[in-house]
Design a protein around this ligand. Structure first.
Ligand code: SF4
Length: 173
């Protein structure tokens, strides 16, 4: 398929990423694709979407949509790589935007830490604290909600399609 949109501009290269979360916004995103894929693919290059395909490329993203909170040093590193490869980065959902509910463990007292919880901390590479995205990288836009507010997401998507000269009016409604 051509990498050009019908108006001759380069399609917007998009990535969709998930960190510590339940991935409900990813489910919503795939539901939106069920309805909109034929139209969106004329304007969007879904360049890095692991939920949809295995052939993914990080370099040269226009917009990275990132769901979930950051709970491990390895995730911080990966998020910084995404940021370095994307012109814009959008936090998707409450966990990415505010940390919660994924960051609930930040509030654990010593008494809350059962043997099982301690086992998780000792066995896996967890950070001291679960972080929202903007504690690690610059975030350009937020789509809050648990899961994400679909109308706000469509508004943000349209904003970037307009910014890249691909639409001059709302094509998502
Ligand atoms: S914000 Fe809600 S829906 Fe989204 S990942 Fe977190 S818990 Fe799941």
């Amino acid at each position: 398929m051509s990498d050009k949109a019908p108006n001759g501009k380069k399609k917007m290269a998009v990535g969709w990423f998930s960190f510590t979360c339940c991935e409900d916004s990813t489910v919503l995103f795939t539901e939106l694709l069920n309805e909109n894929y034929d139209e969106w693919r004329k304007l969007v290059n879904f360049q890095h979407v692991k939920a949809l395909k295995t052939d993914n490329k990080l370099e040269g993203l226009d917009v990275a949509f990132v769901e979930g909170a950051i709970s491990a040093p390895s995730q911080e590193k990966e998020l910084k790589e995404i940021r370095a490869n994307a012109k814009y980065l959008v936090a998707i959902g409450s966990c990415a935007s505010t940390g919660l509910p994924s960051a609930s463990r930040n509030e654990f007292s010593e008494d809350d830490k059962t043997d099982r919880i301690r086992w998780y901390f000792e066995t896996f590479d967890y950070g001291e604290k679960v972080k929202r995205l903007d504690e690690v990288v610059k975030v350009d836009d937020y789509v809050k909600g648990c899961p994400m507010n679909v109308d706000v997401f469509l508004g943000v998507l349209t904003k970037y399609l307009q910014k890249f000269g691909l639409v001059d009016k709302d094509v998502t409604s």
